[in-house]
Design a protein around this ligand. Structure first.
Ligand SMILES: [Zn+2]
Length: 428
């Protein structure tokens, strides 16, 4: 079939098809009605097929040929001076040793998978440089889609100032909550490369969350837990911990997700406490939730609906929220991320069950809006039920909190220790 189709192919398309075939022995082609080659067995991830570096020590341009458009985030890092470009997971089909010798401001470059759903390009700089532009061009004039990073020489002072400020190809997220800058960059000149754990105490401000008959609020219980968890994780010094809120502030669900993404978080853990309406009987124990399109049971669905209402309670206009999950690429990344989220949930269960009373069905999934970062493994812990007398006693007890915090922190450490892949060591 491909042979017959070739008669109709223009030279440019034939050349392009040739390149793709050369790059991927599994790609099959069929001709559509218009005689345009269409991949039948599409690669699950975008393919980077070639790379070029042009320019000099004043201005340098990096070009990566792709087979489709992707999002990117580019930023600078110091000690040593680098430019980092984070992109969705890409299959690199580049010549061996291609990054060993760069040109101009790019001394050398590396690339690889840094987490499921996420690849990274790292440029070692020959001197301080600023990212003038970082974007992805559509296919045009016989050229494939291209990721382009334009660098210009700058002085040391300006470079230091620019560290970790992002250039993004996505529309910039609205107003990042003040907690991000406050917690994340206490000192912009010292760049922290430790994996980031985002702890998300639910609700806050005018949104109390659930409430015990005796008045205790979910927002206060989970904030106390979040602060204690942060302190516990921070003790080891291995991770940087960012809280989505460290006081009684309302943070919309979308912003919590944005914090995780903007921080390139290795893990996002949302903390909540459930309540069961009296007419629905009694329930107790902790439950761990992960994201799923289909709720694992009616109880999980009820809870996700309830938690997702936080924005409405806080007065956020839901229609103005951009859809976080826009295209197939994000969807693929998300599928990978979900595997890791579920691995974390199991690890968490293993650690918590010996210390914390668990719900009779402790692992569940549903469509929680706050768990929807496509590239950050995420889980939500309902610590227990404020509607249950025994649970409430535990939830408000200092000793229970410190025991539970130890278990959760241990699970986070176990999960991340297995998951951290050093940049460039895994060239795929
Ligand atoms: Zn909640």
């Amino acid at each position: 079939m491909a042979g017959r189709a070739n008669h109709h192919l223009s030279w440019g398309v034939a050349l392009l098809a040739g390149i793709v075939i050369a790059c991927s022995s599994t790609a099959l082609f069929a001709a559509g009605d218009a005689g345009v080659a269409q991949p039948v067995a599409a690669e699950p991830f975008p393919i980077a097929s070639d790379v070029r570096v042009a320019g000099d020590s004043k201005q340098t341009r990096f070009v990566l040929d792709l087979d489709r458009k992707i999002d990117l985030r580019a930023f600078t890092l110091g000690n040593p001076d680098r430019v980092v470009v984070d992109i969705p997971q890409v299959t690199f089909k580049l010549p061996d040793n291609v990054g060993q010798n760069g040109r101009g401001l790019i001394k050398a470059f590396r690339y690889g998978l840094v987490m499921p759903g996420g690849s990274r390009l790292v440029f070692d700089l020959s001197g301080p440089a600023k990212i003038e532009k970082a974007y992805v061009l559509d296919a045009a004039n016989g050229q494939p889609p291209r990721l382009i990073v334009e660098l210009a020489a700058t002085d040391r002072t300006a470079f230091t100032k620019s560290l970790a400020k992002e250039t993004t190809a996505e529309p910039p997220p609205g107003n990042p909550p003040a907690t991000v800058t406050a917690d994340a960059e206490p000192n912009a000149e010292r760049v922290d490369t430790r994996p980031v754990v985002v702890i998300d105490p639910g609700h806050g401000g005018i949104d109390n969350g659930t409430q015990a008959a005796s008045g205790e609020t979910e927002k206060a219980i989970v904030l106390a837990f979040g602060l204690a968890l942060r302190d516990r994780i921070a003790e080891s010094g291995k991770y940087r911990v960012v809280l989505t809120r460290d006081d009684d502030t309302f943070i919309p669900l979308g912003d919590r997700v944005k914090i995780a993404r903007a921080q390139n978080a290795a893990l996002f853990v949302s903390i909540h406490a459930d309540a069961l309406p009296r007419r629905e009987g009694d329930a107790q124990g902790a439950t761990i939730y992960t994201l799923s399109d289909k709720a694992s049971d009616a109880e999980a669905e009820r809870l996700a609906d309830l938690e997702n209402k936080a924005d409405a309670i806080g007065g956020v206009n839901l229609t103005e929220e951009p859809t976080e999950v826009a295209d197939i690429l994000i969807d693929l990344a998300q599928r990978e991320t979900r595997t890791f989220s579920s691995r974390f949930a199991h690890t968490l269960m293993g650690e918590m069950k010996s210390t914390v009373r668990m719900h009779k069905h402790p692992l569940k999934s549903a469509g929680f809006k706050v768990l929807k970062a496509p590239d950050v493994p995420s889980a939500l812990i309902e610590l227990g039920y404020v509607s249950n007398k025994d649970d409430l006693k535990l939830l408000t007890s200092e000793s229970w909190r410190s025991r539970s915090v130890v278990a959760v922190a241990q699970a986070i450490d176990t999960f991340l220790a297995k998951r951290i892949v050093s940049v460039g060591s895994n060239k795929n």
